[in-house]
Ligand binder design. Structure first.
Ligand SMILES: C[C@@]1(CC(=O)O)C2=NC(=C\c3[nH]c(c(CCC(=O)O)c3CC(=O)O)Cc3[nH]c(c(CC(=O)O)c3CCC(=O)O)/C=C3\N/C(=C\2)[C@@H](CCC(=O)O)[C@]3(C)CC(=O)O)/[C@H]1CCC(=O)O
Ligand SMILES: NC(=O)c1ccc[n+]([C@@H]2O[C@H](COP(=O)([O-])OP(=O)(O)OC[C@H]3O[C@@H](n4cnc5c(N)ncnc54)[C@H](O)[C@@H]3O)[C@@H](O)[C@H]2O)c1
Length: 191
């Protein structure tokens, strides 16, 4: 079954990434765009992660994972190169009030990472339900090219209208017309 697309507010959520290699770094870079309350736990850290730790105030613990290390975290990402440990962490997470993502085991994921692009307040997220992460990535690259950067300014104006115009049918029609006009200009390469 496909995954329900939702946008999660990470404010006040404690995130734990277990693992300090290539994939942990990728997940970390994506999460850092949305929250800074991230703790890393790993036996060893890659050069990229070590460099980041040196210049930011990321919490990190250098140790082998032990049962109960996930306690107190709301979101767990098991990014170790040990599939049986990923499964153990997932099973353990069932008795905690948290969401778990295991990077090798789609069946042991309460949520999966989409490929996404951000332009101002626009976020476009792409999932293939785990069928082809490579395709999700390439589609993201394509959409990044075709979605105009001006969309962030356009959305700022739309926010201003919503904040100032009185709610109701008239405002709804006005906003719909503005959105339609923007997309129509975009399609004619006029922006
Ligand atoms: C989108 C993206 C987001 C991100 O990482 O934040 C993401 N994977 C990305 C890249 C990527 N991952 C892989 C390749 C190699 C080519 C290929 O296999 O296609 C590439 C391409 C590359 O790196 O170039 C290999 C891979 N991935 C998973 C497995 C395990 C398995 O499938 O069993 C294996 C096999 C490992 C092995 O080889 O053994 C699993 C998952 N990967 C997901 C997300 C989730 C499903 C997303 C969806 O709905 O499609 C899910 C289920 C879980 C999760 O990670 O949350 C990010 C692109 C970001 C971007 O650039 O925009
Ligand atoms: N989901 C995805 O998008 C995706 C994409 C490609 C690969 N993968 C999978 O992700 C996994 C990780 O890949 P990688 O390239 O980051 O590996 P890596 O070897 O670069 O990193 C593994 C990290 O896990 C740490 N680690 C291992 N066992 C540990 C333990 N018991 N306690 C604490 N830390 C421990 C290591 O110290 C290391 O930092 C692989 O199994 C790979 O198949 C997932």
């Amino acid at each position: 079954m496909a995954y329900f697309p939702a946008f999660i507010k990470l404010k006040d959520k404690k995130v734990l990434i277990i693992g300090g290699g290539t994939i942990a770094y990728e997940k970390l870079m994506h999460l850092l765009e949305f929250t800074s309350d991230i703790t890393l736990l790993s036996k060893e850290y890659s050069r990229d992660i070590s460099n980041l730790i040196a210049v930011t105030s990321l919490n990190y613990i250098q140790k082998e994972y032990a049962h109960t290390d996930i306690k107190g975290f709301d979101i767990i990402i098991a990014a170790i190169d040990d599939i049986s440990l990923q499964e153990k962490i997932y099973i353990e997470s069932r008795s905690h009030n948290c969401l778990c993502n295991c990077v090798d085991l789609p069946n042991c994921c309460d949520f999966i990472f989409p490929a996404y692009l951000k332009k101002g307040d626009l976020t476009v997220a792409i999932s293939t339900a785990g069928t082809s992460p490579a395709f999700a990535k390439q589609l993201r690259i394509y959409l990044e090219k075709i979605i105009p950067n001006s969309v962030s300014g356009f959305l700022k104006n739309m926010k201003e209208y919503r904040d100032t115009l009185p709610k109701g049918e008239e405002r709804m029609q006005f906003l719909d017309k503005k959105a339609k006009e923007y997309i129509s200009k975009w399609r004619k390469n006029e922006i």
